[in-house]
Design a protein. Structure first.
Length: 282
């Protein structure tokens, strides 16, 4: 495995590849876990080389405190990727100044209605930051395929729109959510949860599962009320949104429709840690 920390070195590496070589790209913000590794493993299966970036992108944080305390564990991340034992993996870990060519700054993007709900509504400027950093990374890596987790389902749809707008031949591939045995979706932010909080955090999965099991027989508004009560009963929780939405357009739905693909989305704060998750309900 090779670790590259400068943009220029990555450009030289990319230019040195044979024209027909395929490159899989897995962008991450580090603090890697098995969900990230599943993306890298899939990328290795599909491509000649895999670039995995580790970069905590400042422009996608709407809250400077959240950015400051985001886990940064580069050495452990490199050690974890080395367990895959592959000389076809490149880790790209640039500085913000190098990647952004100076002071990090967001461009403004038009991703349409999918960017205005949920994460777009509650994290101002978040998807502009995501679009900006991914444009920089996509242009450097020039990937054949790029891999994203359904854990950030809305982001996956945004990235598909971004890739269309950039017009590169970069196939965006969505991969399933990796969970702990408890059901808790793996997340870098889980590192900030105590053992007790990790147990509490399984509420999100339990609620989504309950919704999935009952949505065809109980009206959505009643299920939603029930779910909101579950969060209200424990004062450590602050529910931000609990949404039933169309899986393609992300339009909010007030009723369940068996013949349409729908997903339930949750964002909630447990103490000072903000968690998101989602699940297909049909
Ligand atoms: P992050 O480092 O949180 O920005 O995530 C980097 C990539 O890993 C994104 O495409 C995420 O959607 C994906 N990812 C994060 N957590 C999981 C998970 N539990 N299962 C699958 N993919 C994940």
């Amino acid at each position: 495995m090779r670790v590259i920390t400068s943009k220029n070195e990555l450009i030289v590496w990319r230019q040195g590849l044979l024209h027909q070589s395929s490159v899989g790209f897995v962008p991450t913000m580090g603090a890697l876990h098995a969900g990230h590794l599943s993306l890298v493993s899939q990328a290795l299966l599909d491509n000649d080389f895999v670039v995995s970036s580790i970069f905590v992108n400042p422009t996608q944080f709407d809250n400077s405190e959240d950015l400051a305390i985001y886990p940064r564990t580069l050495e452990a991340d490199i050690a974890l990727l080395e367990t895959i034992l592959h000389d076809r993996i490149i880790v790209f870990a640039p500085t913000a100044e190098d990647l952004y060519n100076g002071q990090p700054k967001s461009k403004s993007w038009d991703f349409g209605a999918i960017a205005n709900v949920m994460e777009g509504e509650f994290r101002s400027g978040h998807f502009d930051g995501v679009g900006t950093v991914l444009q920089l990374l996509f242009e450097l890596v020039n990937p054949t395929n790029s891999y994203f987790g359904e854990k950030d389902y809305q982001q996956l749809l945004i990235v598909k729109s971004l890739a269309d707008q950039l017009g590169q031949s970069n196939e965006i591939i969505g991969r399933p959510i990796f969970r702990e045995d408890s059901g808790l979706a793996m997340s870098s932010r889980n590192q900030r949860l105590s053992e007790v909080q990790k147990l509490q955090a399984t509420l999100i999965y339990r609620v989504m599962n309950y919704i999935k099991d009952h949505i065809s027989s109980v009206p959505w508004k009643d299920l939603k009320q029930w779910a909101e009560n579950q969060f209200q009963e424990d004062k450590d929780w602050r529910l931000e949104y609990l949404t039933l939405a169309d899986a393609q357009t992300l339009e909010t739905r007030d009723v369940y429709a068996e013949n349409l693909q729908q997903r339930v989305f949750i964002a909630a704060h447990l103490g000072s840690v903000r968690l998101i998750d989602n699940m297909a309900v049909n």
